[in-house]
Design a protein around this ligand. Structure first.
Ligand SMILES: Nc1nc2c(ncn2[C@@H]2O[C@H](COP(=O)(O)OP(=O)(O)OP(=O)(O)O)[C@@H](O)[C@H]2O)c(=O)[nH]1
Length: 287
Protein backbone atom coordinates (compact mmCIF):
# COMPACT_ATOMS: atom_id res chain seq x y z
CA UNK A 1 0.00 0.00 0.00
CA UNK A 2 1.06 3.62 -0.39
CA UNK A 3 0.12 6.86 1.22
CA UNK A 4 -3.24 8.23 0.11
CA UNK A 5 -5.12 11.39 1.02
CA UNK A 6 -8.66 12.36 0.06
CA UNK A 7 -9.47 16.04 0.62
CA UNK A 8 -13.15 16.76 1.34
CA UNK A 9 -13.81 20.25 0.00
CA UNK A 10 -16.84 22.40 -0.76
CA UNK A 11 -18.91 25.26 0.64
CA UNK A 12 -19.88 25.59 4.32
CA UNK A 13 -22.57 23.14 5.34
CA UNK A 14 -22.24 20.98 2.22
CA UNK A 15 -21.80 17.90 4.43
CA UNK A 16 -18.00 17.40 4.45
CA UNK A 17 -17.65 16.41 8.13
CA UNK A 18 -20.70 14.14 7.97
CA UNK A 19 -19.31 12.47 4.86
CA UNK A 20 -15.88 12.11 6.50
CA UNK A 21 -17.46 10.21 9.41
CA UNK A 22 -19.53 8.01 7.05
CA UNK A 23 -16.52 7.17 4.84
CA UNK A 24 -14.31 6.32 7.81
CA UNK A 25 -16.98 4.17 9.49
CA UNK A 26 -17.60 2.33 6.22
CA UNK A 27 -13.89 1.82 5.48
CA UNK A 28 -13.04 0.71 9.02
CA UNK A 29 -15.90 -1.82 8.94
CA UNK A 30 -14.12 -3.49 6.03
CA UNK A 31 -10.85 -3.55 7.97
CA UNK A 32 -9.10 -0.60 6.37
CA UNK A 33 -6.78 1.80 8.16
CA UNK A 34 -8.41 5.14 7.54
CA UNK A 35 -7.85 8.25 9.66
CA UNK A 36 -9.43 11.67 9.91
CA UNK A 37 -7.24 14.74 9.46
CA UNK A 38 -9.07 17.91 10.49
CA UNK A 39 -7.72 20.80 8.42
CA UNK A 40 -10.30 23.32 9.63
CA UNK A 41 -8.78 25.57 12.33
CA UNK A 42 -12.33 26.73 13.21
CA UNK A 43 -13.92 23.27 13.63
CA UNK A 44 -15.83 23.10 16.88
CA UNK A 45 -17.13 19.60 17.31
CA UNK A 46 -16.35 16.32 15.68
CA UNK A 47 -18.64 13.41 14.95
CA UNK A 48 -15.45 11.42 14.66
CA UNK A 49 -12.29 12.17 16.69
CA UNK A 50 -9.53 13.30 14.31
CA UNK A 51 -6.17 11.52 14.39
CA UNK A 52 -4.48 14.68 13.14
CA UNK A 53 -5.94 18.06 14.04
CA UNK A 54 -4.67 21.43 12.81
CA UNK A 55 -6.22 22.94 15.95
CA UNK A 56 -3.42 21.35 17.95
CA UNK A 57 -1.08 23.61 15.99
CA UNK A 58 -3.22 26.71 15.62
CA UNK A 59 -6.84 27.70 16.09
CA UNK A 60 -8.76 30.37 14.20
CA UNK A 61 -10.28 31.72 17.40
CA UNK A 62 -6.84 32.38 18.96
CA UNK A 63 -5.57 33.97 15.75
CA UNK A 64 -8.60 36.28 15.50
CA UNK A 65 -8.17 37.39 19.12
CA UNK A 66 -4.40 37.74 19.20
CA UNK A 67 -3.83 39.14 15.72
CA UNK A 68 -7.08 41.12 15.60
CA UNK A 69 -8.01 39.55 12.27
CA UNK A 70 -11.43 38.70 10.85
CA UNK A 71 -12.41 35.10 9.95
CA UNK A 72 -11.03 35.20 6.38
CA UNK A 73 -7.75 36.93 7.22
CA UNK A 74 -7.45 34.61 10.21
CA UNK A 75 -7.88 31.53 8.02
CA UNK A 76 -5.19 32.73 5.63
CA UNK A 77 -2.89 33.30 8.64
CA UNK A 78 -3.58 29.75 9.93
CA UNK A 79 -2.71 28.17 6.56
CA UNK A 80 0.45 30.25 6.21
CA UNK A 81 1.40 29.26 9.76
CA UNK A 82 0.86 25.59 8.87
CA UNK A 83 3.09 25.93 5.79
CA UNK A 84 5.77 27.57 7.98
CA UNK A 85 5.60 24.68 10.45
CA UNK A 86 6.03 21.65 8.24
CA UNK A 87 8.03 19.93 10.98
CA UNK A 88 4.72 19.70 12.92
CA UNK A 89 3.00 18.20 9.87
CA UNK A 90 5.87 15.81 9.32
CA UNK A 91 5.73 14.59 12.91
CA UNK A 92 1.96 14.06 12.70
CA UNK A 93 2.12 12.25 9.36
CA UNK A 94 4.97 10.00 10.49
CA UNK A 95 2.52 8.06 12.66
CA UNK A 96 0.36 7.10 9.69
CA UNK A 97 2.67 5.62 7.17
CA UNK A 98 0.69 3.05 5.26
CA UNK A 99 -2.67 4.58 5.95
CA UNK A 100 -5.41 6.42 4.15
CA UNK A 101 -6.19 9.95 5.28
CA UNK A 102 -9.55 11.66 4.90
CA UNK A 103 -8.88 15.40 5.15
CA UNK A 104 -11.82 17.53 6.24
CA UNK A 105 -11.29 21.04 4.86
CA UNK A 106 -12.77 24.41 5.86
CA UNK A 107 -15.95 25.60 4.11
CA UNK A 108 -14.64 28.94 2.81
CA UNK A 109 -14.68 28.39 -0.94
CA UNK A 110 -12.16 31.21 -1.41
CA UNK A 111 -9.61 28.64 -0.25
CA UNK A 112 -10.34 26.51 -3.30
CA UNK A 113 -11.15 29.13 -5.89
CA UNK A 114 -9.31 32.40 -5.12
CA UNK A 115 -6.11 31.53 -3.26
CA UNK A 116 -3.26 29.11 -3.68
CA UNK A 117 -3.21 28.13 0.01
CA UNK A 118 -4.87 24.74 -0.38
CA UNK A 119 -3.06 23.91 -3.61
CA UNK A 120 0.25 24.67 -1.85
CA UNK A 121 -0.74 22.33 0.97
CA UNK A 122 -1.67 19.59 -1.55
CA UNK A 123 1.58 20.11 -3.40
CA UNK A 124 3.52 19.71 -0.14
CA UNK A 125 1.64 16.52 0.73
CA UNK A 126 2.46 15.00 -2.62
CA UNK A 127 6.01 16.24 -3.24
CA UNK A 128 7.47 16.38 0.29
CA UNK A 129 5.50 13.56 1.90
CA UNK A 130 4.80 11.31 -1.10
CA UNK A 131 1.05 11.24 -0.75
CA UNK A 132 -1.20 10.45 -3.66
CA UNK A 133 -3.86 13.13 -3.30
CA UNK A 134 -7.36 13.50 -4.74
CA UNK A 135 -10.33 15.63 -3.74
CA UNK A 136 -14.10 15.46 -3.50
CA UNK A 137 -15.97 18.73 -4.05
CA UNK A 138 -19.36 18.64 -2.34
CA UNK A 139 -22.36 20.64 -3.46
CA UNK A 140 -25.70 20.33 -1.68
CA UNK A 141 -28.57 18.86 -3.67
CA UNK A 142 -30.45 22.17 -3.42
CA UNK A 143 -28.02 23.50 -6.04
CA UNK A 144 -30.19 21.84 -8.65
CA UNK A 145 -33.25 23.76 -7.48
CA UNK A 146 -32.82 26.25 -10.24
CA UNK A 147 -30.53 26.67 -13.16
CA UNK A 148 -28.90 29.87 -11.83
CA UNK A 149 -27.81 28.15 -8.63
CA UNK A 150 -26.68 25.20 -10.69
CA UNK A 151 -24.48 27.46 -12.83
CA UNK A 152 -22.95 29.04 -9.70
CA UNK A 153 -22.25 25.65 -8.12
CA UNK A 154 -20.89 24.13 -11.30
CA UNK A 155 -18.58 27.09 -11.91
CA UNK A 156 -17.27 26.96 -8.32
CA UNK A 157 -16.63 23.20 -8.71
CA UNK A 158 -14.85 23.81 -12.00
CA UNK A 159 -12.76 26.63 -10.59
CA UNK A 160 -11.67 24.37 -7.69
CA UNK A 161 -10.72 21.60 -10.11
CA UNK A 162 -8.56 23.98 -12.09
CA UNK A 163 -7.04 25.58 -8.99
CA UNK A 164 -6.29 22.45 -6.95
CA UNK A 165 -4.91 20.43 -9.87
CA UNK A 166 -5.73 17.01 -8.43
CA UNK A 167 -8.15 14.34 -9.63
CA UNK A 168 -11.54 15.42 -8.32
CA UNK A 169 -14.96 13.86 -7.83
CA UNK A 170 -17.88 16.26 -7.69
CA UNK A 171 -20.44 15.02 -5.21
CA UNK A 172 -24.09 16.06 -5.02
CA UNK A 173 -24.68 15.67 -1.28
CA UNK A 174 -27.89 15.33 0.79
CA UNK A 175 -29.71 13.50 -1.97
CA UNK A 176 -31.92 11.92 0.74
CA UNK A 177 -33.68 15.29 1.01
CA UNK A 178 -34.67 15.08 -2.65
CA UNK A 179 -36.17 11.66 -2.22
CA UNK A 180 -38.05 12.36 1.00
CA UNK A 181 -39.76 15.44 -0.39
CA UNK A 182 -39.60 17.16 3.00
CA UNK A 183 -41.50 20.42 3.14
CA UNK A 184 -39.22 23.31 2.25
CA UNK A 185 -36.54 20.97 0.94
CA UNK A 186 -35.17 21.06 -2.55
CA UNK A 187 -37.33 18.06 -3.43
CA UNK A 188 -40.32 20.27 -2.81
CA UNK A 189 -38.93 22.94 -5.12
CA UNK A 190 -38.12 20.41 -7.79
CA UNK A 191 -41.69 19.20 -7.66
CA UNK A 192 -42.82 22.78 -8.13
CA UNK A 193 -40.44 23.21 -11.03
CA UNK A 194 -42.07 20.13 -12.56
CA UNK A 195 -38.83 18.19 -12.72
CA UNK A 196 -38.94 14.45 -13.04
CA UNK A 197 -36.38 11.85 -12.01
CA UNK A 198 -35.30 11.55 -15.60
CA UNK A 199 -34.76 15.33 -15.81
CA UNK A 200 -32.35 15.19 -12.86
CA UNK A 201 -29.94 13.02 -14.78
CA UNK A 202 -29.02 15.94 -16.94
CA UNK A 203 -27.85 17.85 -13.87
CA UNK A 204 -25.65 14.98 -12.70
CA UNK A 205 -24.07 14.58 -16.11
CA UNK A 206 -24.88 17.95 -17.64
CA UNK A 207 -26.65 17.93 -20.97
CA UNK A 208 -25.63 21.32 -22.44
CA UNK A 209 -28.55 21.66 -24.86
CA UNK A 210 -31.24 21.00 -22.27
CA UNK A 211 -29.58 23.14 -19.61
CA UNK A 212 -29.20 26.01 -22.08
CA UNK A 213 -32.85 25.88 -23.08
CA UNK A 214 -33.89 25.91 -19.40
CA UNK A 215 -31.52 28.81 -18.66
CA UNK A 216 -32.88 30.79 -21.60
CA UNK A 217 -36.47 30.23 -20.58
CA UNK A 218 -35.60 31.58 -17.07
CA UNK A 219 -33.32 34.42 -18.18
CA UNK A 220 -33.92 35.19 -21.88
CA UNK A 221 -32.14 38.56 -21.39
CA UNK A 222 -28.89 36.73 -20.66
CA UNK A 223 -28.99 34.54 -23.74
CA UNK A 224 -25.34 35.17 -24.66
CA UNK A 225 -24.09 34.76 -21.09
CA UNK A 226 -26.06 31.51 -20.68
CA UNK A 227 -24.63 30.25 -23.94
CA UNK A 228 -21.07 31.14 -22.90
CA UNK A 229 -21.41 29.40 -19.50
CA UNK A 230 -22.90 26.25 -21.03
CA UNK A 231 -20.18 26.30 -23.69
CA UNK A 232 -17.54 26.52 -20.94
CA UNK A 233 -19.06 23.54 -19.11
CA UNK A 234 -19.13 21.60 -22.37
CA UNK A 235 -15.59 22.59 -23.45
CA UNK A 236 -14.04 21.55 -20.17
CA UNK A 237 -15.95 18.26 -20.13
CA UNK A 238 -14.93 18.09 -16.51
CA UNK A 239 -18.17 18.34 -14.70
CA UNK A 240 -20.41 15.58 -13.61
CA UNK A 241 -21.84 14.89 -10.18
CA UNK A 242 -21.86 11.75 -8.12
CA UNK A 243 -25.13 11.58 -6.15
CA UNK A 244 -24.56 10.79 -2.47
CA UNK A 245 -27.29 9.43 -0.22
CA UNK A 246 -25.87 8.92 3.25
CA UNK A 247 -28.95 6.97 4.31
CA UNK A 248 -27.78 4.19 2.01
CA UNK A 249 -24.68 2.13 2.85
CA UNK A 250 -24.44 1.22 -0.85
CA UNK A 251 -24.18 4.88 -1.80
CA UNK A 252 -21.31 5.44 0.68
CA UNK A 253 -19.61 2.24 -0.53
CA UNK A 254 -20.01 3.36 -4.14
CA UNK A 255 -18.38 6.70 -3.44
CA UNK A 256 -15.54 4.99 -1.56
CA UNK A 257 -14.81 2.72 -4.55
CA UNK A 258 -15.02 5.72 -6.84
CA UNK A 259 -12.46 7.49 -4.60
CA UNK A 260 -10.24 4.39 -4.70
CA UNK A 261 -10.40 4.34 -8.50
CA UNK A 262 -9.67 8.04 -8.72
CA UNK A 263 -6.68 7.62 -6.37
CA UNK A 264 -5.27 4.88 -8.65
CA UNK A 265 -5.69 7.06 -11.72
CA UNK A 266 -2.45 7.17 -13.66
CA UNK A 267 -0.83 4.73 -11.24
CA UNK A 268 -1.54 1.33 -12.69
CA UNK A 269 -4.96 1.37 -14.27
CA UNK A 270 -7.59 3.62 -15.76
CA UNK A 271 -10.36 4.52 -13.30
CA UNK A 272 -13.51 2.46 -13.66
CA UNK A 273 -16.81 4.12 -14.43
CA UNK A 274 -18.66 4.87 -11.18
CA UNK A 275 -21.92 3.02 -10.69
CA UNK A 276 -24.62 5.63 -10.95
CA UNK A 277 -27.47 5.83 -8.54
CA UNK A 278 -30.72 4.33 -9.74
CA UNK A 279 -32.60 7.41 -10.92
CA UNK A 280 -35.82 5.44 -10.65
CA UNK A 281 -35.82 6.44 -6.96
CA UNK A 282 -36.49 10.01 -7.94
CA UNK A 283 -39.10 9.10 -10.51
CA UNK A 284 -40.99 7.08 -7.88
CA UNK A 285 -40.83 9.89 -5.34
CA UNK A 286 -42.21 12.23 -8.00
CA UNK A 287 -45.39 10.21 -8.25
N1 LIG B 1 -30.36 15.33 5.31
C1 LIG B 1 -29.03 15.33 5.30
N2 LIG B 1 -28.37 16.20 6.10
C2 LIG B 1 -27.02 16.19 6.07
C3 LIG B 1 -26.29 15.29 5.24
N3 LIG B 1 -24.97 15.53 5.41
C4 LIG B 1 -24.89 16.52 6.32
N4 LIG B 1 -26.11 16.92 6.73
C5 LIG B 1 -26.41 17.99 7.70
O1 LIG B 1 -25.94 19.22 7.16
C6 LIG B 1 -25.37 20.04 8.19
C7 LIG B 1 -23.94 20.41 7.81
O2 LIG B 1 -23.18 19.22 7.73
P1 LIG B 1 -21.62 19.20 7.97
O3 LIG B 1 -21.15 17.80 7.74
O4 LIG B 1 -21.26 19.83 9.28
O5 LIG B 1 -21.15 20.15 6.80
P2 LIG B 1 -19.69 20.73 6.52
O6 LIG B 1 -19.54 20.81 5.04
O7 LIG B 1 -18.65 19.94 7.24
O8 LIG B 1 -19.82 22.18 7.14
P3 LIG B 1 -18.64 23.24 7.48
O9 LIG B 1 -17.73 22.55 8.47
O10 LIG B 1 -19.39 24.40 8.05
O11 LIG B 1 -17.94 23.59 6.21
C8 LIG B 1 -25.47 19.22 9.48
O12 LIG B 1 -26.61 19.64 10.16
C9 LIG B 1 -25.63 17.79 8.99
O13 LIG B 1 -26.35 16.99 9.90
C10 LIG B 1 -27.04 14.37 4.40
O14 LIG B 1 -26.50 13.56 3.64
N5 LIG B 1 -28.39 14.45 4.48
Amino acid sequence: MGKYACMLTGPAGAGKSTLAAALITHAQASGRNVHLFNLDPAAERFEFAPSIDIKELISLEDVMTEMELGPNGGLVYCFEYLMDNLDWLSEQLSEYNDDYLIIDCPGQIELYTHTSLLSRFINTLSTSFNYRVMACYLLESNFIDDVNKYFAGTLSAMSSMVNLEVPMINVLSKVDLLKKGEAGSSRHLIARAGRTGKDLERFLDPDPTLILSEANSHNPKFYNLNKAIVQLIEDFSLINFHPLDLTSEDSVGDLLSHIDNCMQYGEDEEPKEPKDMDMGDFAEAEE
